[in-house]
Each structure stands twice: as C-alpha cells, then as structure tokens.
Write a protein that binds this ligand. Sequence first.
Ligand SMILES: C[S@@+](CC[C@H](N)C(=O)[O-])C[C@H]1O[C@@H](n2cnc3c(N)ncnc32)[C@H](O)[C@@H]1O
Length: 252
Amino acid sequence: MTEIAPYTLLADGYDSVMEHVDYDAWVDYIRVVFERIRTEPESILELGCGTGSFAVRYVARRPIRYLATDRSEDMLRMARNKSAGIESGLEFARADFTNFSLDERFDAVLLLYDGLNYVLDLSAIGAVVRSVAGVLKAGGLFVFDQSTPVNSLSNEGDFEDEGCCDAFSFTRRSDYHAGRRIHSNKFFLHTGRGVFVEKHVQRVYEYAEIRFLLEDSPFDVIEAYDGFSLQPATDDSERIHWVVRKPQETSP
Ligand SMILES: C[S@@+](CC[C@H](N)C(=O)[O-])C[C@H]1O[C@@H](n2cnc3c(N)ncnc32)[C@H](O)[C@@H]1O
C-alpha cells in the first residue's frame, strides 16, 4: 500500500464519490443569499474549488468573471476537463488559500463544502481571512461554510463505506476524535497498479469560535445561516454558511 497526498488519485473519481452532493441546489442557495443582501457579483474568486462542479454551474447561470482555485493540480485537471468548451469568464488556477495574493480584485470570494475545515487551527484560519480581505474590493463579500462538531457527532463521525468508479474502487474509513475535534477520512483506493491510501485530516469548529475570530477580523459579519436555510445559525447547527463583508473605504 502506498500513501499519497490528499486529492491526487481521489481526484479521478471525486465526482463519483460525491455523487450525492446537489451542486445545482448549492448554486441556487448562494444565489438566494446574494439576492437577499441585494448583491449581484460581477466577479467571483472561488477557493478550494475542487473539480469545479460549483463553478461550472454558477457560470452557466451567470457568465461572469470567475476564477476558481485549488491547491491540488489533480483536482484542477478534472475541473479544466469539465469546463472545456464552456464559453465564459471561467478560469482555473492553483492557489493555497492559507496564503495567497493576487493582483486582481473581486466582488465576492467563495469557499464551500468544508474547505475551511482543512485548516487545522484558528490562527491559520485568521491567515485565510486576511488573504481573502486582500483580494476583495471594498464592500466585497466573503461567503464560506464550515462543518461543526455537531455534524461530526450526528452524521459524519465514525463509519466505513465503499464504492467504485472508473478510476478505482474504494473503501473510506471515517474517524472522529471528539476531544481534538479532528475528523479524518482514509481513502483506500484500489487500482490495477496497486492500493493507494489518501489521509484527509480536517478540524471542526464551533459556531462561537468562528464568530469570535470574524469579530476580530477586517470583516463585518452580515449573516451566519443554519445549513442551507436563511435561519440564523446556532450552537446546534451542523453546517454554517457565513456571509461577511469587507468594509467600504472611508474617506479620511
Ligand atoms: C471537500 S473538497 C471540496 C471541493 C469543492 N469545493 C466541492 O464543493 O466539491 C475540499 C477541497 O479543498 C481543497 N483544499 C484543501 N486545503 C486547501 C488549501 N490550503 N488551499 C487550497 N485548496 C485546498 C482540496 O484540494 C479540495 O479540492
């Protein structure tokens, strides 16, 4: 068995493994969130875009300037294949969201589907937030989600499942360490070339931890939504969608 980096071989079958995720509904939801705060971004930067499932659906609805980034070249390769032939301002680029800068400025930044949970401590989340502030226009929005300890305890905790796709068959072992709030998923990927293992380590954060961090950040907190609803998040939320705004520049 050979250990390989997260999102290398898994990238080839990621869309099959995530077949249950309704990206169309996720795009609908984010569009409703924008509508609710009377914003229609003309440019979006997506962080941790994976295989681009959200991005291609978003630009299909609204063909704006859309830069989708991820740390994994293999996920980006799948994303570029998926978007081949789409006429829009969609572009993919490699970026590590814990430390990045760009010359371009965006109306909105998105980080969806547990990307933030790959950041293993709060000070590193602070660095993500500062990098995002640097690439947003004044008044721009940062919309991101987080998975909470409630989700790990109720749904995602300890389980094993298996499946197969064209690229591999897999067994996934999920373990949650409640004390450290560390959630690890081990993917055993069986291929004609042998068995490869990818270890994905995530940390789950309490609602209050992220709120305190944001209140001490360059952003104004606009909303924290419970799951995919427009109801306020609480300590019992399993997933939270945060909407925060970079303040308008004030004249001296
Ligand atoms: C659970 S996947 C979600 C992908 C995509 N957002 C989706 O909805 O399908 C998490 C993604 O975050 C990316 N990622 C994790 N840590 C990252 C980092 N520090 N910088 C950039 N991307 C990162 C991974 O490569 C992976 O593509």
